[in-house]
Design a protein around this ligand. Sequence first.
Ligand code: GFB
Length: 309
Amino acid sequence: MEKNSKIFVAGSDNFIGSSIVRALTRHGYTNITGEGIKEPDLRDKEAVKQFFKDTKPEYVFSAAGEIGGIGANQETPAFFMLDNLLTESHIISEAHNSGVKKLIYLASSCTYPKESNQPMKPEYLMTGPLEPTSEFYATAKLTGIKLCEAYMQQYGDSFHSVIPANPFGPGDSFDAENGHVIGALIRKIHTAQQSRSDSITVWGTGKPRRDFIFIDDLGDACVFAMENYTGSSPLNLSVGEDVSIRDLANILINLSGFQGQANYDLSKQDGMAIKLLDGSELKNLGWRPSISIEDGLDQTNKWFVENHL
Ligand code: GFB
């Protein structure tokens, strides 16, 4: 990819897509097309077709599709599944039809089986049933991985999938009901502080372990994958470290100075017991994160205080 190559980030307005746009800019790429309001309605096949015909991007990141936390995935599974199926199939097929040189498809760690061995390696995909709380979204994301492989097999297209760890950071959703755990807990802690409540509610047992990646490191890793990855199986984008939800809640409580306690709501689902991605291939290729998870959580908490309170 040259610094003036024409690049399309599908989903440039969302949490992950916007981090890819920022990373491209940091790395000196100057020719990003279809950004923000110039992006076509990705659920509309004809609009996507016309966009590719008109703009002819050379490189594409497919980061579109609705995302949400464990609660939102259970509330609106059809919405998540359909939005992701439509957007990814339109982007990937039109990227092929217009002769895109390389495409990076953003999948999700929930594509791994519920009872997967840990840390999770790409060869474990499709070796067992999915986690029920996210199986519909995960099925759409698995389809995207397989669609890239199918184009690679049938036409020799350079369409590659990446599987990110759970992203967090400034710009995330901080919705207490629909966001992912870090955004939701930061919101709950500050709401409790404001209302002088002495506790917050954390869903589930606190025992699940998750592998988190700071959003700007994820954007950077996506650009790195576009520049360096040529493999046919998905590439995990992970630092390769996990933390329990209980420890995470305690870190966030300490960061905010909240004096109350965490109560665990056992009527809420835990989801997968552990999701830890094997990050060795990314490391062997030479990628390193720029920030520790602790510093990333501190930045995220500060960003929330400055932008949402
Ligand atoms: O972040 P989260 O929704 O993602 O939840 P998943 C992670 C863990 O935190 C789960 C617990 O064990 C939750 O039960 N948790 C505790 C909370 N309190 C809260 C809270 O207030 N809000 C939330 N959201 N969680 C999602 C999938 O699963 O991961 C998506 O549903 C996607 O499809 C995403 O793949 C990356 O890792 O459990």
